[in-house]
Design a protein around this ligand. Structure first.
Ligand code: GLC
Length: 739
């Protein structure tokens, strides 16, 4: 299509061609596009398809991209490709040059700008020296959506100038499969917390005040049910009853869509025997008709091919293409060939797919491109590189890390450590990758070479904080001797390496036996033992947990995580994190806090030990302060579904140190026609409470919203009866009695 036509299009549309965002007449554009051009808009290819060949031999080692313009021109000229994706952490300069080449070359072939998708999932992950935040698992433990917003806002702010206009985040899966290799990408096992965090992330990414004149599209993923593979292995079958899918897995996506998410990525897996990429019920009836989503639904990596090669529901890739388009896919992340475009072109010419169906997807794609201003601003700029890793961004990431750490136990107030000689041992003590996990500078960085030179490990941070002379390094062979010179032993353990997706597949969630052995040796010295758990999922530590004196869940706190850990150990920071998931006690009973009552049926009582399904359940977290909850106040009878149930409680800090307290409100439905969770989070809030201070926390609930639950068709059910609200150790029964 040529520029003259485009100019005419705008003039016909009466568009004033001035600095404000151009109003694009999408239908007029579509009417003048060839079928191939339309299908090109539905095609997304990986960056590797347009790099020089020599870069592909050792792609993970690439430190500077070089575009092969012949390849790029081929895909744009012959296939009208409308989107590319991915990369690795290269410099701003190299990203600028790379993206300028891509977007400016595209402008020679088409007046429709490109979407460029990238996994900046916890900060601008694929940008050298960017501000990396804690992963979502940690952000959930802050119980402060500000950090979800900040992480997304800063990721967009640091990358939008570079032509990265589509960020593949947030992950909105419910983190209930604790062994799943992508557990750390989830915010929580709870749908309400996930929904609040995910909506904040979408707003952060799409807040154009940060990136003006550019705008960035967020991507709610992976729709739906991806986070609960039955076997715990990535992309393996999920068996999720419709009612459970709607009650636990849908709310975060509804919240993200209501927050304005412009795109959504589809779950690679199958649910109840139907691959989601082939499910009209999910991708059209649920996503479009029920949730009202109008944005782009993009496949995940290779997932149309997977319908043939992984799920075996299609005889060949052409049939797979047919199934995916019929189900409701808008764009294929192919991502390394043009077979999708080829087969779709055939399917339309054979009349099996209508051109109107193609137009529906192209309209959605062009609408997003117009909404994020690509028709006005798509070329990158290189005059604001100072945006990266500003002191303000570092401070936000550090604070997120500090507030994401969960003090699981602290016997006899062992922590904070002051004026102590400390033995430090363990596999993650001197390890940068262990602090950041996957999707950090590389898909799964091997070793520490890709991390910033100046990024401290736990060892570095503790030496800085406590003085190098007070940190004694030990290992399993000498820890008993070294312990004699120390007051306390700190074991940094968990998971040593970064992993992502199927690379994170394991068969045993127990902590590595060598680490258990080291911890046992430390315990045997009879010195106090502190565990630091840096890991992407809760490795099982029951064999030693009861015998250590303190344990700090560190998760994947990001590039400032080591400093955050040292800040908590020293008392510089009072830990305020609370578990966003239930840390399992054993592999045989890994249930979430909001489990059903019949997990512990009162007809067949089980021992208290068996009732202890978690060593640190959802919402648990110890502070150096002491918070007492008193004076829960609320009315106790409500008669209308739209009543406002206002509840308040007073929280007093009785300790001599200030601290932040996340107040979590839970509701239990005492009797219902569909079995209810023992309790459900319905609200949370976090505030600083100074020593001796009393702060009032309150929440407002509405019966039709907060006391209802869906049936398997998605109808909202609100039943009369008794409910209990619980906050801290306060609770109150109240009644919904419709008039
Ligand atoms: C991967 C992931 C998805 C990511 C995409 C692009 O397979 O499942 O989360 O955004 O491919 O890298």
């Amino acid at each position: 299509m040529n520029r003259l036509f485009l100019l005419l299009t705008f003039l016909l549309a009466g568009v004033p061609l001035i600095a404000q965002q151009t109003t694009v007449n999408i239908d007029s554009l579509i009417n003048h596009m060839s079928l191939k051009e339309k299908i090109g808009q539905m095609t997304q290819l990986n960056l590797t398809t347009i790099l020089k060949d020599r870069m592909l031999e050792h792609y993970e080692e690439v430190e500077n991209f070089e575009i092969d313009t012949a390849k790029l021109n081929y895909y744009l000229r012959e296939w009208h490709v409308g989107s590319f994706l991915n990369g690795r952490a290269v410099s701003q300069e190299n990203w600028y040059n790379t993206m300028h080449a891509i977007h400016s070359t595209n402008a020679k072939h088409s007046s429709i700008p490109l979407l460029y998708g990238i996994d900046h999932m916890h900060g601008a992950s694929y940008l050298k020296n960017s501000t990396i935040f804690p992963h979502n698992m940690n952000v959930g433990c802050t119980f402060d959506t500000t950090f979800a917003y900040d992480a997304a806002w800063i990721a967009a702010y640091e990358s939008a100038d570079l032509g990265h206009n589509w960020i593949f985040a947030p992950v909105l899966g419910i983190g209930r499969s604790k062994i799943w290799g992508r557990f750390y990408e989830t915010y929580s096992e709870d749908p309400y917390l996930t929904a609040k965090m995910g909506a904040a992330s979408v707003r952060g990414t799409q807040d154009s005040t940060a990136t003006a004149p550019y705008k960035t599209a967020a991507c709610a993923k992976h729709f739906i049910g991806y986070s609960e593979p039955k076997s715990g292995w990535d992309r393996t079958p999920a068996l999720i009853p419709d009612q459970e899918l709607r009650e636990f897995f849908l709310p975060p996506f509804r919240a993200a869509i209501d927050a304005g998410a412009k795109t959504l990525m589809i779950n690679s897996g199958e649910i109840n025997g139907i691959p989601v990429h082939a499910s009209y019920d999910i991708l059209t009836t649920m996503l479009r008709d029920e949730l009202g989503f109008e944005g782009i639904a993009v496949t995940d990596w290779l997932d149309i091919k997977a319908l043939e090669k992984m799920h075996y529901v299609a005889e060949n890739e052409k049939e797979a293409t047919f199934m995916a388009i019929k189900a409701g896919v808008d764009m294929s992340m192919v991502p390394t060939d043009t077979l999708f475009s080829h087969y779709l072109y055939e399917l339309v010419n054979e009349g099996r797919i209508s051109e109107e169906r193609i137009n529906t997807s192209v309209r959605r794609i062009l609408k997003v491109k117009a909404e994020i201003g690509l028709f006005d601003n798509v070329l990158p700029r290189n005059d604001r590189f100072s945006r990266i890793q500003s002191d303000e961004h570092k401070a936000k990431s550090l604070q997120a890390a500090q507030e994401s750490l969960v003090l699981m136990k602290n016997e006899e107030d062992l922590l904070p450590l002051k004026g102590k000689k400390i033995v430090l041992a363990g596999s993650t003590a001197d390890n940068k990758a262990a602090l950041c996990g996957g999707w950090t500078y590389r898909f799964a960085a091997d070793g520490d070479r890709w991390f910033p030179e100046n990024m401290p490990t736990i060892k570095d941070a503790m030496e800085t904080t406590f003085g190098a002379k007070n940190i004694i390094h030990a290992n399993e062979q000498n820890i008993d001797k070294k312990a004699n010179k120390a007051d306390v032993i700190v074991i940094a353990t968990g998971e040593d390496e970064a992993y992502a997706e199927t690379q994170g597949t394991i068969e045993d969630l127990h902590l590595d036996p060598e680490q258990i052995q080291l911890i046992k040796k430390a315990i045997a010295t009879e010195k106090p033992v502190v565990l630091l758990l840096t890991e992407g999922r809760p490795r099982l530590i029951q064999k030693v947990y009861d015998d250590v004196d303190a344990a700090l869940f560190c998760g994947l706190p990001g590039i400032y995580g080591a400093q955050a850990i040292a800040d908590v150990l020293s008392g510089e920071v009072n830990p305020s994190g609370k578990m966003s998931f239930s840390y399992p006690k054993s592999s045989g009973h890994m249930i979430p806090y909001n489990h059903k009552r019949s997990e512990y049926s009162s007809l067949r009582p089980v021992s208290d030990e068996l009732k202890r399904f978690s060593i640190a359940p959802f919402g648990h977290g110890v502070s150096y302060a002491d918070f007492s909850y008193d004076k829960l106040k609320m009315d106790t009878v409500f008669t209308s579904p739209s009543d406002t149930i206002t509840v308040s409680v007073e929280v007093t800090n009785t300790a001599d140190v200030a601290g932040k307290e996340a107040v979590l409100w839970f509701v239990s439905d005492e009797v219902a026609t569909i079995t209810r969770p023992v309790k459900e989070l319905v609200s949370f809030d976090k505030k600083m409470i100074r020593s001796g201070e009393t702060v009032t926390f309150s929440c407002a609930l509405i019966p039709k919203q907060d006391l209802s639950f869906p049936d398997k068709e998605g109808n909202s059910i609100l039943e009369a009866g008794a409910f209990t609200i619980q906050v801290g150790d306060e609770s109150q029964t109240f009644y919904y009695k419709p008039e």
